[in-house]
Design a protein around this ligand. Sequence first.
Ligand code: BGC
Length: 746
Amino acid sequence: MKSLHNYIIPVLALALAACSQSGSQTDDIEKKIDHLLSQMTLEEKIGQLHQITSMGTLEDMCAQAKDGTIGSILNEIDPERINQIQCAAVEESRLGIPLLIARDVIHGYKTMFPIPLGQAATFDPAIVEEGARVSAAEASADGIRWTFSPMLDVARDPRWGRIAEGSGEDPYLTSVMGAAMVKGYQGTDLSNPASIAACAKHFVGYGAAEAGKDYNSTNIPMGQMRNVYLPPFLAAKEAGMQTFMSSFNDNDGIPATGNRWLLTDLLRDEWGFDGFVVTDWNSAGEMLNHGFCADMAEVAEKSMNAGIDMDMMAFAYTSQLADLLKAGKVKQSQIDNAVRNVLRVKYRLGLFENPYIDLSLRDSVMYAPTHLAAAKKAATESAVLLKNDKQVLPLSQNVKRVAVVGPMADAPQDQLGTWTFDGEKEKTITPLAALRQLEGVTVNYAPGVAYSRDRRTDGIAKAVAAARQSDVVLAFLGEEAILSGEAHSLADLNLQGAQRQLVAELAKTGKPLVLVVMAGRPLTIGDEVDKADAVMYMFHPGTMGGPAIADLLWGAANPSGKLPVTFPKMVGQVPVYYAHNNTGRPAYGTETLLHDIPLEAAQTSLGNTSYHLDAGFHPLFPFGYGLSYTTFEYGQPQLSASTLGEKDTLTVECQLTNTGRYEGTEVAQLYVRDHHGSVARPVKELKRFQRVSLQPGETKTVTFELPVEDLAFYGADLTKKVEPGQFSLWVSGDSQSGQPTAFAVE
Ligand code: BGC
């Protein structure tokens, strides 16, 4: 093998030249692909459609690269090895086609940002974009040029462990955050060596897994598919998304990887996507388990005919495509087309001009101070204040002794959250470490329980003793990172282990009790909320969670996050989400609960409405909810017109005043209800939001522009249009408050 030194310098020079000619044109790329295709053997073509995980020896991988039998490798992160394997592909293979190196960089590479659900709680697409940009800079410095992110699965079931990886329950919020991530990863110039290709996953419907059990079947009817599950993917495509990943689930019996309507009719023909589609890990092979294919030949045939370009780890294409071609079951043009899609993305990434990693960059990029600052900002903005009785927060300067308890106070690995492959716990700053830095504050640390599932109660007495010696109790509760994420669904969403008992005992001390919960999902913490004076929900906040929390508790920062997902009181309420349709008997009027019912009451349904007798009408906290140390008052929205045509744009202005004592940021949310349609419409839908910062006493006018076409939806005939009629509009601080203003579309 040649010495890397020989080619790094000329290659970098070439790359710079290529960057300066950026915009290197579509036609040009297509011509280059034509030229390559005309020279490629069938084996080399199939190689481009084959992704392996890093496995075997370096020599094995180099040999495959040299033979042109692989197109992409995932999970190889040693930059020197990557350069060597790339060298084999570029310098030693017949046609010199570079490999695409991939990794799940989901919410950070080294510098870990909050989990995506926490990032969604910021309602701040700018910080989400910045987080993805940081991830791209760090990952690409190790040679990774493709991430399997963002996850765009709308998720309305917190039992599903992967709810942590997405933006929650709302299609609009998920669309905005997803597009921000695409922009961050891919930058303005994909061929910049610090840009990486993004991947829209999991296409589609995966978040609707029955019973929240991972990998489970989904049964999403077409109207819901179009109105709820597909929009974030379309928004990502519009933002320039380069790759899509087919999901594991079958929807109404058809596994996504074998779904031609999804991957070809919709994605290619209707949406005009021109990047490539990869399977999820062995999702092609799993079509055997689904009972959708009888053997691997059928797996490969159905995958190719559906529109899968690259097979991740099923080895279906390498083992079957040549025979299928001979048998006439797949066409040469289909294979060529798939290869073309893969090569197009490789060209756009500038991999042909600049395949190697500049090893000298690494040290200055990983955990750069600007990256840590961005991660801290994201963590700070992700905090959702759920309760703050008697303004116990922010802690006053008179608080000198704090009891720090709970399993998440000093859990550096767990606060990083799921999908932390590369972020290091040694670099994580925990709340305990951050609080110990505060001057003039004595920290009495006694965790009470050692880790979230710890059922032992013998440490609780010490935690209670620490509480008694302190002015305030800060209890850090939640879930270990491994309790959410892929294949980690739960049926019980209460705090695990002895944490509930810990809270109960701490509450008995009568000391002000502040809970900080770090979790991968909404937890059913109603009892604990009742017992506490203040509750701040963080989701897993990442590397800089500790300093963010210290700032928030002492008022150097003011919470501004909002819930990206409804919090149920109990699991039996699930699925519970704000944008539900109305029933014929919507819950309103008197909330008769289980124990209000007289003994031997006569059977009747009259006057009764749609809710659970043991949970009542409402969730624990609604979507969009989140308090601040200050208070905000909304004026009644003023609309530019009360009747609009389909081509008009509605301008909505609303006065927002900071009526409290602190500077703060409020997320003003605009919801709309379409009263009647050819199909029943959700009771409310988020259409816009804006973060607004206000000094105490300050009033600002918040302005939203809402084109009427944004009210379009897929109705009874499954075409997308605005249906004229009456609408209500709210501008409010969550999905349940505010007074509606009416308008009409003619
Ligand atoms: C997950 C994907 C991930 C892939 C590659 C699968 O198990 O479902 O989200 O990108 O593995 O690691």
